[in-house]
Design a protein around this ligand. Structure first.
Ligand code: NIG
Ligand code: FE
Length: 414
């Protein structure tokens, strides 16, 4: 007798039993807890979630005992500058001796010193240095990472960075890489005192070339006194729109230039940093459905005082994501779990908000909310097993990595 379709569908590739699951599904305000539960997968997707008792009626090719461990979605780091050469430890010392981030940048240090090192590095050197940093994110359960260019500031090096980012994704079984073109990150020495000409070069030459080679999934900029003006960013965004590339923006990190509202006008996936955003900026983000990506690592390292208006994001229902902003200057951090703690300790997020910020809302910040970021039927089978008693423990501890196992696309890779 042939099996009915429904019985056929209930034969899973694998099932994890005896787990506590935090689904972060959109229908829950909290962790979305399912205790003493099971999760089944088929063809690299989540096929079923339910109680252990119900699970016994189904067949699976493999059965894994989760042994009471917690399962969460694979973590998503939605804002990084992971690909770069050199480091800025000396600059860190100088800042501790009183120099400000802006002063160092104006004196040709800051981003430009990393530009020099990144231009000089070969593709292989860049890859090797970046993979080491990625390894540290992976140990803590990251399965999707966004990587920006922006330390080339000339076509050749921007392309080299994006190729390295793509290669990391192609070579790595645990991590998907989403790339972002950040040509408008800082003014390169070749264009000193002529920032409009550099923007023109981005719009006419760099962005079309990067797009032609399919190297960028989105376009970003740094809207700031030491970066680019809203008018200049708008020219980049207009071009991105013509090429049908989504945009996002480093906005309101050190001052309020209404960058988030500008990004919202271009239906940005996200606006990031946002310490100085006004209530009208928050409202504009809410209307556009843009995600507020908070970067407590940069706030901590730069010893900033102005807090992002978390309560306003809550009131206006702007989803908040959390990311490492891993970069050699303002956030030399490759631990997403540490940054979760910072989001709570420094910005007063609840642990559930912080964790939603590296799962569900981080997926939205990358435009991937239909595919990942929660544990629901049909979503990609990216999930982590943790040796913890409650999800809040992931946020509470610093330096203890309770990651037991990583499943990516249904395959155990750690
Ligand atoms: O997100 N704000 C601009 N860009 C980075 C810093 C880059 C750097 O200092 O190298 C950031 O903080
Ligand atoms: Fe950044």
């Amino acid at each position: 007798m042939s099996k009915s379709k429904s019985q056929e569908e209930q034969h899973w590739d694998a099932i994890w039993i005896n787990a506590n699951i935090a689904t972060f599904s959109i229908s829950t305000e909290d962790y979305g807890v399912m205790e003493n539960a099971a999760l089944a997968i088929k063809d690299g997707r989540i096929a079923w979630l339910g109680s252990v008792a119900e699970a016994t009626q189904f067949k699976a090719d493999e059965t894994h005992d989760a042994d009471g461990h917690w399962i969460t979605p694979g973590l998503i780091d939605c804002h990084t500058h992971l690909v770069y050469a050199g480091n800025r430890a000396r600059e860190f010392e100088m800042r501790l001796n009183g120099a400000s981030y802006e002063e160092l940048q104006k004196a040709g240090g800051g981003i430009l010193s990393t530009v020099k090192a990144t231009r000089a590095a070969s593709e292989d050197e860049l890859l090797e240095a970046s993979v080491k940093r990625l390894e540290s994110l992976k140990r803590e359960g990251v399965t999707t990472v966004e990587i920006k260019s922006g330390y080339g500031l000339e076509l050749e090096t921007e392309i080299k960075m994006l190729k390295v980012a793509r290669k990391i994704g192609d070579n790595d079984k645990q991590v998907d890489v989403v790339t972002t073109f950040l040509g408008a990150h800082a003014l390169p020495p070749e264009y000193q005192n002529n920032s409009d000409a550099y923007i023109e070069h981005i719009v006419d030459d760099m962005l079309p070339a990067v797009h032609e080679e399919k190297l960028a999934d989105a376009v970003d900029g740094f809207c700031e006194g030491i970066g680019f003006s809203p008018e200049q960013i708008e020219r980049v965004f207009t071009k991105a729109g013509e090429l049908e590339l989504p945009v996002k923006l480093h906005a309101e990190q050190l001052s309020d230039l209404n960058g988030a509202a500008l990004a919202a006008r271009y239906k940005a996936l996200s606006a990031d940093h946002l310490e100085y955003i006004s209530e009208s900026g928050v409202k504009a983000m809410a209307d556009a459905g843009s995600v507020a990506v908070l970067l407590p690592g940069a706030f901590y390292i730069l010893r900033e005082k102005q807090l992002p208006p978390v309560q306003l994001f809550r009131e206006h229902a702007v989803p908040m994501a959390i990311a490492t902003d891993a970069n050699p200057g303002s956030s030399p951090i490759t631990s997403l779990l540490t940054v979760l703690n910072m989001a709570c300790t420094l910005f007063s997020l609840t642990p559930a908000e912080a964790l939603a910020g590296v799962t569900r809302n981080a997926a939205s910040a990358l435009g991937l909310e239909d595919d990942r970021g929660t544990l629901e039927i049909g979503k990609r089978a990216d999930f982590i097993l943790w040796d913890i008693d409650h999800p809040s423990e992931l946020v509470y501890m610093i330096g203890a990595n309770p990651c037991v196992s990583v499943i990516k696309n249904g395959i155990k890779c750690r």
